[in-house]
Ligand binder design. Sequence first.
Ligand code: HEM
Length: 184
Amino acid sequence: MYGLVHTSVRDMVLKNHGPATWEQIRSTAGVGDEDFLAMKSYSDSIILNLVSATSETLKITPEECLNAFGQFWVLDTAAKHYKEMIDGFGSNMWALLENLDHMHDRMSSTFHGYDPPSFFLDNKGNGTYLLHYRSSRQGLTPFVIGLLNGLAIHFKTNIDIKTDQETISSNGQHTVFRITERNN
Ligand code: HEM
């Protein structure tokens, strides 16, 4: 995963818990300053170590940690560094979700050798959508749920999310989320 993802975990811990807690997590995870170059691609084991050290230190589950991190990524990291991109690729939540693959593709001109996920949005009508998420990685479902909750807050849209179906294989995972828009 790219260093900018590690940086985002660091920013979240620093903002919510301060430097002493971050230092403890950093040393438990065994990562150093050289692991935070935004544009460098690192082994996924670094982000997994960061998530497990964060959940151990803050006494929350890895799923809760990934979920919080997903929300933070959209509402803080992307809002600060990629606002034009988010706004340029969608004027509302559904338009952005339809455009996510184009948005990740766009990054490939800047990021070499990266392995982004793929999303497909199926509009079922009456405010119900099925969102297909495909990744070469495994276990990031709670991260996606956090990202979606962050997007809903960003676009001031009320949603309910359920995981309808999940297939995990050695090639990664395919998850179908059922998202329902609420009027209140
Ligand atoms: C402008 C905003 C965004 C940028 C710049 C961005 C860029 C990236 C980058 C660089 C990675 C790391 C890929 C790698 O290291 O191989 C990544 C991963 C990921 N992105 Fe985005 N992204 C953005 C928004 C979103 C949104 C809104 C979603 C979903 C709702 C999303 C879903 C994901 C997921 C789930 C991953 C983890 C990798 C995986 O599942 O295999 N991203 N993104």
